[in-house]
Write a protein of this length. Structure first.
Length: 268
């Protein structure tokens, strides 16, 4: 089956969703940056106000599992590591609630838990950066960047523990400023409207070529299916808890199909 024929199986709603994507959509952003060293170096150079970043690894949607039973895990939009071992968690958020300061703290702590192996000295921990790129100015002061680092209150000196949090104001637009141009590009739905070719090339591939669009359409449908199954799983768990039902009884009550039963049995 050709790519053109594959695209015909997707609904117009799915195609419209792909057309509406920009880099503020986390799943699309993760695909654009996945294993994309050039784009990631551009992003980090601009945000960190450098010009010498050497990225060695980039992974989209990397999961960090909480070792505590029942503890909350995270899935970072972009995980990156540079040539000196510093690690970066880059998140995009359209919702202000998704960029809560406590989430930044939690993500930072989860990065730290994977930093050292048994018997390693604490001084061997590398610096870490949690970067939230938010569609709105969640900090509210109109600045393009907000750097959060620990300080000693009594003397104002930096604590220098190597932990950094940065919020990037996605509503900041200034064509004369690198951050402003970057945030402009994050809001673009067409590659032809973007400043940075490192980003535009990947956006063009996923939105304007048949192969890229087929990947995106499948990703959209897979995401919708996972959300449907997650919602159904939550309903089943609620029935089991409130009505004291077994798994089979709860699925029978909700008339779950045999196909869904096999998938949900693994999740539950």
């Amino acid at each position: 089956m050709s790519t053109s024929e594959k695209l015909k199986k997707y609904s117009q709603e799915t195609i419209d969703t792909v057309d509406g994507f920009c880099l503020f959509d986390d799943n699309f952003m993760s695909l654009v940056f996945e294993r994309n060293i050039e784009a990631t170096e551009l992003l980090l150079n601009i945000i960190l106000e450098r010009d010498d970043m050497k990225v060695t690894e980039v992974v989209g949607q990397r999961k960090y599992k909480n070792p505590e039973y029942g503890g909350r895990s995270i899935r970072v939009d972009i995980y990156a590591k540079d040539s000196v071992g510093k690690v970066y968690d880059v998140e995009v958020q359209r919702s202000d609630a998704g960029a809560d300061v406590h989430r930044a703290r939690f993500n930072s702590s989860m990065l730290d838990t994977r930093m050292l192996k048994a018997q390693q000295n604490f001084k061997e921990m590398h610096e870490s950066y949690v970067i939230f790129i938010t569609e709105n100015d969640v900090m509210g002061d109109g600045l393009p960047l907000y750097h959060i680092d620990r300080v000693i209150r009594e003397n104002g000196k930096s604590f220098q523990d190597g932990s950094h949090i940065i919020y990037v104001n996605g509503s900041y637009k200034n064509d004369e400023d690198p951050v402003g141009r970057l945030m402009h590009d994050f809001g673009c739905r067409r590659a032809s409207d973007m400043f940075y070719t490192e980003l535009a090339n990947q956006v063009k591939y996923y939105k304007e070529t048949e192969g890229g669009r087929e990947i995106m359409c499948k990703a959209v449908d897979d995401l919708a299916e996972n959300r449907r199954l997650d919602s159904l799983a939550e309903c089943i768990k609620n029935l089991m808890e409130t009505m004291t039902l077994t798994l089979d009884e709860a699925m029978n009550a909700l008339k779950v199909t045999e196909t869904d039963r096999k998938v949900l049995a693994k999740r539950l």
